[in-house]
Every structure is written in structure tokens, then in C-alpha cells.
Ligand binder design. Structure first.
Ligand SMILES: [Zn+2]
Length: 243
């Protein structure tokens, strides 16, 4: 028997009474586990099968090979997320990013704490615009942890230091281009970013979520960058990610 802490990212009915849970665990990263009779016996998994629940779980079998979920204890049910449509939608997108981009059964303790911290802040946030901002910070931090941070400090093609505070972002190259490299490019996959947006893309991953309460960032650039990071990550991972 093995135990770990885990967050429920998705669930799917299986057979007559069973259910597969996709979990993000502290010890093994993203895994799937089979909860036998989960739809008949509520007793064993009481309250811990809902989306985003943070549980202590006990497994039987190899975590990499769809183990059985033996039992669970709820640490935090995050009911405040599921009670509100905006929070639930944002948390759903965060969960989808993790499900689609995290490697299976690979320990990623940084992602585990980022996910837990993000859900805890989501649960307390009631301003829909700030939910978007939180989603953006999550995405920037997550991309950084995956080694997919967009290149902003210098030209993404020739590494020349850039002079202007804003610039043209090139999806292919994975960052901003200098004037020289821009001259040779078609405009199909490019997007102009102002100084505020560039700064956020460059430094958002280093923002401390413990300072979230006092953090401000304008709405329009938040929406632009949410779109950009989704396109950027989809393009470089061959995955379709929600905006
Ligand atoms: Zn260049």
C-alpha cells in the first residue's frame, strides 16, 4: 500500500459501479486510479470524489499502472470552488492545462504546490476579472516549470538584446523578435505586445502568490496574454488548450 496527497482533476464512470479518477499527486505527479464500487458505496470515499478535492489517498498497485484507490481522507474539499460557476470554470481550465501538459507518473512537486495554492486562492476570489488574472499567473508559472517560458528578455531567434519596451511576439520562435529578425518574417503567427504585456510575460512566473491580495493588473492585457499563452503552449506541445 502506498499513500500520497492528491488533487482530483477529473473523474469518469467505468463499468457498472466503478470510477476512474485522474489525480495530481504530490509523490508521483499525474496518475489515474480506479475507485471500485465508487458509485455504489459512498462510505469509503466519502466527500473526496468531487473535482478539485484535496485528499490523502491510499493506493494498491503500481502508481504508474492505474492502481486501485483503497481509501481516502479529505484534507480540503474546496466546496467554494464548485459552488460558484466562474470559479468552477476557471478551476476547470487550470485542471485541463495540468491534465494535458503534465507528464504521466512523473513527480512534479512544484506543479503540485502551484496547483494547490492556485485552487486555494480561487476559492476565495469572487471578482471574475481577478479569476482571469489568477489563471494567467498560474499559466505563466506552470509554463516556466515545464521549461516552456516565452523568451522576452532577448530576441527569440538571434538572442540579440532587445531595445524597445514592447515588441512583436512570434509563436514559432517562442518569444519576441528583434527588428532584424522581424524583417524576414511573415505576419501570420505574430502578435504585437505593449510594454506592460511584455513585462508580465517576462516576470509573471516569479510573482509570489502569497502577495495575491494586493496584486493589480489591467483587464485587457490579462485577456490578451491568456489568449497568447494558450496559443503559444498549444503550438509548442501540439495540444489543444482552453483559453
Ligand atoms: Zn533577432
Amino acid at each position: 500500500m502506498l499513500s500520497s496527497r492528491a488533487i482530483v482533476l477529473s473523474r469518469e464512470n467505468f463499468g457498472e459501479a466503478d470510477r476512474y479518477l485522474q489525480l495530481f499527486t504530490r509523490d508521483w505527479g499525474l496518475i489515474s486510479a480506479l475507485a471500485k464500487s465508487a458509485r455504489k458505496s459512498k462510505r469509503r470515499y466519502i466527500g473526496g470524489m468531487d473535482l478539485f478535492c484535496h485528499n490523502e489517498i491510499v493506493l494498491r498497485g503500481d502508481p504508474r499502472e492505474k492502481p486501485y484507490l483503497v481509501e481516502l481522507t479529505v484534507l480540503n474539499a474546496f466546496t467554494g470552488i464548485r459552488d460558484d460557476i466562474d470559479r468552477a470554470m476557471t478551476a476547470g481550465k487550470v485542471a485541463q492545462w495540468v491534465r494535458k501538459l503534465a507528464n504521466t507518473a512523473t513527480p512534479m512537486p512544484g506543479v503540485y504546490s502551484l496547483l494547490g495554492q492556485t485552487l486555494a486562492l480561487l476559492e476565495k476570489e469572487s471578482d471574475p476579472e481577478r479569476l482571469l488574472l489568477l489563471q494567467l499567473l498560474f499559466q505563466l508559472k506552470f509554463l516556466q516549470q515545464l521549461g516552456l517560458k516565452p523568451r522576452i528578455d532577448a530576441c527569440a531567434r538571434c538572442s540579440e538584446t532587445r531595445q524597445s519596451p514592447g515588441g512583436v511576439f512570434d509563436l514559432d520562435a517562442g518569444g519576441l523578435l528583434c527588428q532584424n529578425c522581424l524583417g524576414e518574417r511573415t505576419v501570420a503567427h505574430t502578435m504585437h505586445l505593449d510594454a506592460t504585456e511584455c513585462q508580465m510575460l517576462d516576470q509573471g512566473d516569479r510573482f509570489k502568490l502569497t502577495l495575491w491580495d494586493g496584486f493589480q493588473f489591467p483587464v485587457r492585457p490579462t485577456r490578451n496574454l491568456l489568449r497568447l499563452t494558450a496559443q503559444f503552449a498549444s503550438f509548442h506541445t501540439q495540444t489543444q488548450l482552453p483559453v
